[in-house]
Design a protein around this ligand. Structure first.
Ligand code: PXL
Length: 277
């Protein structure tokens, strides 16, 4: 008998070490019991000879459109996560593809730069993302830097600042067709003993806190967070519940992080189910 598992779709980049990007997304989906479908936007290969800098290759826009057509013709997809897009041309084709059909949820991880990239390189991508993808999103998951950038703030240094950033980003979302949510992540860079996330639904602010696990950034945490929200929404959770579960998945994944030859560790998505089993 064929089965009908919850379907979770992701449009994102490959990060060749397996720590972040679509590799982290699909592992997260699987771990949470959702059937993953993926469309590749770019290929990032860290360069071990040059301080693990990012070698970035975009996928041709036509090939992104082909993948989208194959995925959506095969499955009735209604929950999608958007990860790294990388160029204005990619943003354009993804925005047009997304707008061509209805979605129950569009979870946007507004990846402006990945760890180690120069902030300046992201400016045109930032503008295109803001203009074309942000209005299509139902849930947006900026980290501290992305929250500051998208909110147009000079600094985000406290929980109150993070809440203000979430409000300003929410104002840029299209609330005409239903509620929209900003889940802003403080991470290790927000001062204080806790890893603080702020969920704002246009009315209420919810502050989620867990004690920080060390002071180092762990690769794949942001991808895993948004992917876990996506999987939980695909399974039928509401946004607030999905965000709480996602924080739990990431916290456990960071505690059980994978040591690697890179200067940073990576999230172990397997920790979540292992602990619950
Ligand atoms: O962690 C952000 C991220 C997302 N997607 C891809 C990446 C990175 C960071 O390296 O390479 C493909």
């Amino acid at each position: 008998m064929p089965s009908t598992p919850p379907l979770a779709y992701v449009i994102a980049g490959s990060e060749a070490t397996g720590g972040a990007g679509i590799q982290a997304d699909l592992k997260t989906f699987q771990q949470l019991g959702a059937y993953g479908v993926g469309t590749l936007t770019c290929i990032v290969s860290f360069d071990p000879q040059h301080d693990w800098s990012h070698r970035f290759v975009p996928v041709e826009p036509e090939v992104i459109a082909d993948q989208f057509e194959a995925a959506t013709a095969t499955h009735d997809l209604d929950v999608v996560k958007i990860g790294m897009l990388g160029t204005p041309a990619t943003i354009d084709v993804v925005a047009r593809s997304l707008a061509s059909r209805p979605w129950r949820y569009v979870v946007l991880d507004p990846v402006l730069i990945c760890k180690g990239q120069e902030p300046g390189a992201a400016l045109d991508t930032d503008t295109a993302l803001r203009a074309q993808v942000l209005p299509l999103a139902t849930v947006v998951t900026p980290n501290l830097f992305e929250a500051k950038t998208l909110a147009g703030m000079d600094a985000v240094e406290s929980v109150d600042d993070l809440i203000e950033a979430a409000r300003r980003i929410h104002e840029q979302l299209d609330t005409s067709t239903g509620p929209r949510y900003v889940a802003a992540k403080g991470g290790v860079e927000l001062p204080g003993p806790d890893a603080v996330d702020v969920l704002y639904d246009g009315e209420h602010v919810t502050v989620l806190r867990t004690p920080k696990v060390g002071e180092e950034r762990v690769s794949g945490a942001g991808c895993t967070f948004a992917a876990a929200i996506t999987a939980e929404l695909a399974k039928g959770a509401d946004v607030a519940t999905a965000v709480r579960t996602a924080k739990d998945v990431v916290t456990q994944g960071i505690r059980a992080r994978v040591a690697a030859h890179t200067p940073f560790d990576t999230v172990w998505q397997g920790a979540y189910a292992r602990q619950r089993a």
